[in-house]
Write a protein that binds this ligand. Structure first.
Ligand code: 13P
Length: 250
């Protein structure tokens, strides 16, 4: 299995800042092999960044998507719009979409199914809040989010990746420990193995939440951690490149 190291820039970087980053970053990673790299800029930058990634090993990702092809859905972006820009991955159900924009599991499920239908590879994000962890509900929350998120996919679960992003670790500087990550990642692996009747070997389980160039080397050694979804540290091409190098050493 090839690990996936993915950058989620969130609502950062204008078009010119995105171009500037990509021009530097693609030089840094030009000899990197054996790993999948993805960057997800803002929607406004996708069209400018896309041609810069041609003939590189960097894949383009989107941070969200609506599940219908076209129509009266003001402010939304459709799968065919992403297809036209050579977008390969789409982040679905990020905790900021769930908690700030009120996305529920059934909407997230529709987006997952649409992404697969249109040939995009969704990264389904799951994870508990601090309160849920303290109440001992971590596994219940993760199980619900995955079961409802992938409903209808079952044996085709290998067409998606999953990111475990504990909400309390996102943007806080407090990452999950190796033990905490391992425990949840093992739970997710067993769950998707069960749901898919053993067809889960192409699904990578990424960890996200305060990953940086200092902790990546340790976290990537955790069992069933098969890549990262990086926010803050991915905004600096040097830091993101260092995270990739740490992963290559494993
Ligand atoms: P940080 O790396 O800033 O904690 O963000 C993680 C994240 O939400 C990636 O999707």
């Amino acid at each position: 299995m090839r690990y996936l190291i993915a950058a989620n820039w969130k609502m950062n970087k204008t078009v010119s800042e995105s171009i500037d980053y990509v021009e530097k970053f693609r030089e840094m990673v030009k000899d990197v092999e054996g790993i999948d790299i993805m960057i997800a800029p803002s929607f406004t930058a996708l069209a400018s960044v896309s041609p810069l990634l041609e003939k590189t090993s960097i894949n383009l990702g989107a941070q969200n998507m609506f599940y219908i092809e076209r129509g009266a859905y003001t402010g939304e972006i459709s799968p065919i719009m992403l297809n036209e820009l050579n977008v390969k991955y789409v982040i679905i159900g990020h905790s900021e979409r769930r908690h700030i924009f009120g996305e529920k599991d059934d909407l997230i499920n529709k987006k997952i199914l649409a992404a697969v239908e249109y040939g995009l590879r969704p990264i389904l994000c799951v994870g508990e809040t601090l309160e849920e962890r303290e109440l001992g509900k971590t596994m219940n929350v993760v199980e619900r989010q995955i079961k409802l998120g992938v409903a209808g996919l079952e044996r085709e679960i290998g067409l998606i990746d999953i990111a475990y992003e504990p909400v309390w670790a996102i943007g806080t500087g407090v990452n999950a420990t190796v033990e905490q990550a391992q425990e949840v990642h093992l739970f997710i692996r067993n769950l998707i193995n069960d749901i898919s009747k053993g067809n889960d070997s192409d699904t990578r389980i990424l960890y996200g939440g305060s990953v940086n160039e200092k902790n990546a080397g340790e976290l990537i050694k955790a069992k069933n951690v098969e890549g990262f979804l990086v926010g803050t540290a991915s905004l600096d091409p040097h830091k993101f490149y260092k995270i990739i190098l740490e992963t290559l050493e494993v």
